[in-house]
Design a binder for this molecule. Sequence first.
Ligand SMILES: C[S@@+](CC[C@H](N)C(=O)[O-])C[C@H]1O[C@@H](n2cnc3c(N)ncnc32)[C@H](O)[C@@H]1O
Length: 274
Amino acid sequence: MSQKHLRFQAPDARGDAHGGLDGEGRSASKDREPVSTRFLRVLSRGAPPSPRRFEAPEIYGRAAIRRIAAALPPVERAYANVRFSILRPKLLSVMDLLLPDEGRILDIGCGFGLFAAYFGQTQPARRIVGVDPNARRIAIARRVCTSIGLDGTSFIAGDARDVPLEGKFAGAYVLDVMHHIPEEDQRPMLERLRDLLLPRGVLVIKDITTEPAFGLEFTRLLDRVMVGWREPLSYRHHREWGEMLAELGFHVRMVRVPDILPYPHVVIAATKRD
Ligand SMILES: C[S@@+](CC[C@H](N)C(=O)[O-])C[C@H]1O[C@@H](n2cnc3c(N)ncnc32)[C@H](O)[C@@H]1O
């Protein structure tokens, strides 16, 4: 292969060093460094430059998703495939980058543990604690994470509004759950999450905003198919969430993430002020 082609090779996502050529087509081996560069490095006693340290892996880990799907029973596997196709690479990557890469992280309304298993694999130093009132889903979530080998992940069956939770968390995420919480309980639940976070802890909320109206009605219909007609569905406009979180003492940023389907996704990053 010519040097021109080698220059544009896709690097290994694990960041393994292979030697080879650097971005300028030169040999990356230390021996080939100009004498002046080596001399300056010896003088400054600096670490050798590591061009691969800041590689960007493909956060949308297909292998991670395959492992999760393989660990699920057939019906839940089908659901997982739908869920991962709704929360596409863009959404997953945004949330992955917003969440702390280590420490205790709460997954509120974790369901079958799909995202605990996903975010636990993308950053193995995360210790995720999933909470969901559905005991059957919690049992499946435990099984999935055990079979993947995510030992630091744990699950609790209970209602996020009042389940006992010990200690503080570096982060928390609530993926498509806030609109399943009755309207009058939404603010107290966010207040509770704030109190569970460490200072500067980040709360990531992914939900559905209320505009455009067609997108909301599309989502409502699919939610009704999932939960039936009796459960409350309490969507709010993203500005309302923003104001509420700011009043609760969070610094708030948010993005709307477009989709091929008309879901009006919004991702909110709320950082607890010191
Ligand atoms: C649409 S599912 C989302 C599941 C998961 N977060 C995901 O993104 O795949 C909503 C989940 O919220 C859970 N949920 C509903 N009310 C809850 C509550 N009060 N506390 C914790 N979880 C709750 C449900 O049991 C369900 O698993």
